[in-house]
Design a protein around this ligand. Structure first.
Ligand SMILES: Nc1ncnc2c1ncn2[C@@H]1O[C@H](COP(=O)(O)OP(=O)(O)O)[C@@H](O)[C@H]1O
Ligand SMILES: C=C(OP(=O)(O)O)C(=O)O
Ligand SMILES: [Ca+2]
Ligand SMILES: [Mn+2]
Length: 627
């Protein structure tokens, strides 16, 4: 029985009563059905909770009344009945369970929540406010992720959000930090209607000490999350009831019409993608870990390619799973927590993430047995984009503080839905820039609204949805840092092998981990390489723990000619995609723009390959590029 959900009245999302299943002891979860709490029981439940929270036994730190006298409240017009500030997880649990239907505690103590209708990001509803101060630095235009909004419309939406928040019995405020590098630290204030959002951002930001909270003062940036309330779709510059708006001038973000918690996390990242490069620091959509010898690795990748999975490595302490900055002293994590995809999660293959799912962790849109509360990580009934958000210290070998030296290796993760890219290849600096700007991967189902199955896609810098500047800016900063610090670049295909999606199979996590281990052990520095056709990638002849035949994809395709035309076609897709950046020379100069292009593929005319097949592409084999 599907759980019907929609955002109806402002403060509640309505569930259509579903049939209750009897308690089931089987591990396999029956479809999650929730007893519609009777109004009377809910009322009693609520009254008790309100009494408990109305009384003055609330911890002082949690009482946000002082905020109402602050400059912040006067400036914003925020004046709700009750403000809970930086509540500890236990109290957020209690309030979420009391007032947010569909919230439960799972068998391992995590808080299972529902984000409502939206269970992934809504990139088409994201708006960047154009202002004279910053607009010349930003990347606009048909290929940019930045849809414009004017200041007045931003203020209109902010007013709507605050009006909504002021109607509520209670709101939640989280004051915390981003950026582990003390010189780059910023104060973030989150204002939201849901306890689950407060717990999520408690997990994802850098948590202040009681003293830091006491002396927090005015924030550097504020997020007004009124996502439980729809935007007015007739508002200027908008196309739906969802709007995620960021104003650099006001240093604020407004969220309407979506309760997906990832919008807050990625809003902060988008802000860093402007502020950090403007200070000469390179913000990157990447995971990061560090070896015993202090060798740092960055894992770049679009959502779902493996940053969180591969950066969680028992042999290499975790610096972070998603968002980092490379500055003059090394790298630092922007966040204080992790946001892992948990579809198909297994204790055997991802023990670190499995063990992080405990009290204090937020599980978003997962399915579980209503009787045993055992989570069914294989279930996609609600969404494929099931998520777990936890403080980074829940990863047993987290490296705290989350900072490291200059990266020795950067690994570009491509989830190749065509199955023609090698599982691992070594890149030149030009190839690293080209593939970084291409950001080729397959958007796996669910991460963004509307993506239903792996779709070959290009996402600049492996996260175009968050870019504020032209991709060439980030790529040239990356190349400059890599050449300055002797960093090696690798392309790792965490996607398909032996055929395209639907024919081949996704490369096993075990083989990918063996490849990553070989990079870290130095084995691949000593390996013999062969050059691949069309893309001219350097592929190692062997890797410990990986079947040699899969290293050159054509060897595991049953039809060589089909492989040739697919590879050549992908080459054309890369070249066509690069048309989007033809304005890049305005940002990095003509010479550098030309140099970047030399890192790309050289596809042949499609009719030639159709006629002569595999022979055509091997005859045109690119020369082996010196290491
Ligand atoms: N060979 C592989 N390498 C990396 N991840 C894989 C592989 N095969 C399957 N996966 C799955 O892909 C997903 C990657 O998700 P995640 O690491 O959270 O991506 P990201 O952090 O880049 O968004 C995980 O569910 C992981 O189990
Ligand atoms: C939540 C996100 O991070 P990830 O890269 O882990 O998917 C996202 O990109 O929306
Ligand atoms: Ca991730
Ligand atoms: Mn991400």
């Amino acid at each position: 029985m599907m759980l019907q959900r929609s955002i109806r009245s402002p403060t509640h999302f309505k569930f259509t009563p579903a049939r209750c299943t009897s308690a089931s002891n089987s591990i396999r979860c029956k479809p999650r059905s929730l007893r519609e709490p009777s109004l009377a029981s809910l009322k009693v439940h609520r009254t008790a909770a309100m009494l408990r929270y109305a009384s003055d036994n609330m911890p002082a730190c949690a009482d946000g009344k002082f905020l109402m006298d602050s400059h912040f409240a006067k400036e914003s017009g925020l004046a709700p009945r009750q403000v809970f500030r930086n509540l500890p997880p236990s109290q957020l649990y209690e309030l979420a369970l009391a007032f947010e239907p569909g919230t439960h505690i799972t068998s391992t103590g995590a808080l299972a929540t529902l984000s409502g209708e939206k269970m992934g990001r809504s990139p088409k509803d994201k708006r960047i406010v154009r202002d004279p101060e910053t607009e010349k630095d930003l990347w606009w235009g048909p290929y940019s992720p930045n849809y414009v909004m004017d200041d007045r419309t931003f203020l209109t939406n902010r007013e709507r959000a605050i009006d909504y928040l002021n109607t509520l019995d209670r709101i939640f405020v989280v004051d915390a930090f981003v950026n582990w590098d003390p010189a780059s630290r910023l104060k973030i204030r989150v204002v939201t209607s849901r306890a689950y959002h407060a717990l999520f951002m408690h997990n994802m930001l850098i948590r202040p000490t009681p003293e830091e909270l006491e002396s927090f003062g005015e924030p550097d940036f504020v997020i007004y999350n009124a996502g439980a309330f729809p935007a007015n779709k007739y508002t200027n510059f908008m196309t739906s009831q969802t709007s995620i708006d960021l104003s650099l001038k006001h240093k604020e973000m407004v969220i309407l019409g979506t309760m997906y918690a990832g919008e807050m996390k990625k809003g902060v990242f988008t802000l860093m993608h402007y502020l950090m490069p403007m200070q000469g620091k390179l913000s990157l959509h990447s995971g990061c870990n560090v070896g015993a010898a202090g060798d740092v690795t960055l894992f770049f990748g679009l959502s779902g390619t493996g940053k969180t999975t591969l950066s969680a490595d028992p042999k290499r302490p975790l610096i972070g799973d998603d968002e980092h900055v490379w500055c003059d002293t090394g790298v630092f994590n922007i966040e204080g927590g992790c946001y892992a995809k948990c579809i198909g999660l297994k204790r055997e293959t991802e023990p670190e993430i499995w063990n992080a799912i405990r009290f204090g962790t937020v599980l978003e849109n997962v399915d579980y047995d209503p009787a045993t509360r055992l989570v069914d990580y294989d279930s996609q009934r609600l969404t494929e984009n099931t998520r777990a958000s936890y403080p980074i210290e829940y990863i047993s070998n987290a490296h705290i503080p989350c900072v490291g030296g200059h990266p020795k290796n950067v690994i570009l993760l491509a989830c190749d839905a065509f199955g023609v890219l090698p599982p691992v290849s070594r890149l030149t600096l030009e190839q690293a820039m080209y593939h970084f700007i291409s950001g080729y991967t397959a958007k796996v189902a669910g991460t963004e609204v509307g993506v239903k199955e792996p779709t070959a896609t290009f996402s600049a810098c492996f996260g175009s949805a968050f870019l504020m500047l032209h991709p060439y800016k980030y790529a040239t900063m990356l190349a400059d840092k890599m050449s300055h610090h002797g960093t090696r670049a690798w392309l790792v295909n965490t996607g398909w092998t032996g055929g395209k999606y639907g024919v081949g199979k996704r490369i096993s996590l075990q083989h990918t981990r063996a490849i990553i281990d070989a990079i870290h052990s130095g084995e691949l520095e000593r390996a013999a390489y062969v050059s691949t056709p069309i893309f001219g990638l350097q592929v190692p002849a062997q890797v410990t723990g990986v079947p040699a035949e899969i290293l050159s994809p054509e060897k595991v395709w049953s039809k060589k000619n089909e492989f040739a035309s697919t590879l050549n076609h992908l080459g054309h897709m890369f070249v066509n995609n690069f048309q989007c950046f033809s304005d890049g020379d305005a940002f990095v100069g003509v010479d550098m723009a030309a140099r970047i292009l030399t890192g790309g593929p050289s596809p042949l005319p499609e009719e030639v390959v159709a006629k002569t097949g595999f022979g055509a592409i091997t005859a045109a084999l690119a020369p082996t590029i010196p290491a």
